[in-house]
Ligand binder design. Structure first.
Ligand code: CMP
Length: 136
């Protein structure tokens, strides 16, 4: 069953020169890039994208981080892509993420964890509409 998911290659990955490394993992897995752009997340987009986190204690520093530099936004498609991408990305906390995953191999942080990926069909729909309204 083909699905779509929204992925953000976060500002820490762009700063560290890891965009190619991360994109390569998605491509080698066999996923399709439906849309991709180097973008900035402004305060308003951050509040919309992270609507479920705006009241959490970790949100202010997360917002500073996510709005602090360019990121790469992309839409990936493929068979069960939402679950597949979350497996490739690994657990939120880079210190706990299993080796072999993007975060497990490349991040040592719970905040600067390199990648965001939609966590459900509903959040993928909402996030794709937010970042790439032209995809419908
Ligand atoms: P992401 O998948 O983009 O979704 C929410 C983000 O908040 C998460 O990745 C991390 O970057 C950040 N985050 C989640 N939990 C924490 C936490 N406990 N402390 C700091 N940052 C967090």
């Amino acid at each position: 069953l083909d699905e779509r998911t929204l992925v953000l290659i976060k500002p820490d990955a762009v700063r560290r020169g890891l965009v190619g490394e991360i994109l390569g993992r998605f491509e080698r897995k066999g996923l399709t890039i439906d849309a991709m752009a180097l973008r900035g997340m402004d305060a308003e987009l951050a509040d919309q994208h992270y609507a479920e986190h705006v009241d959490k204690a970790f949100y202010p520093p997360l917002k500073d981080f996510m709005t602090g530099g360019p990121l790469v936004a992309l839409v990936l498609s493929g068979d069960q892509v939402i679950e597949v991408v979350r497996g490739l990305v690994g657990a939120t906390d880079g210190r706990r993420a299993v080796a072999g995953t993007i975060r497990g191999d490349l991040s040592l942080s719970n905040r600067e964890n390199l990648v965001h990926a939609s966590d459900s069909v509903d959040s993928a729909k909402r996030e794709i509409a937010l970042w790439f309204p032209e995809l419908g």
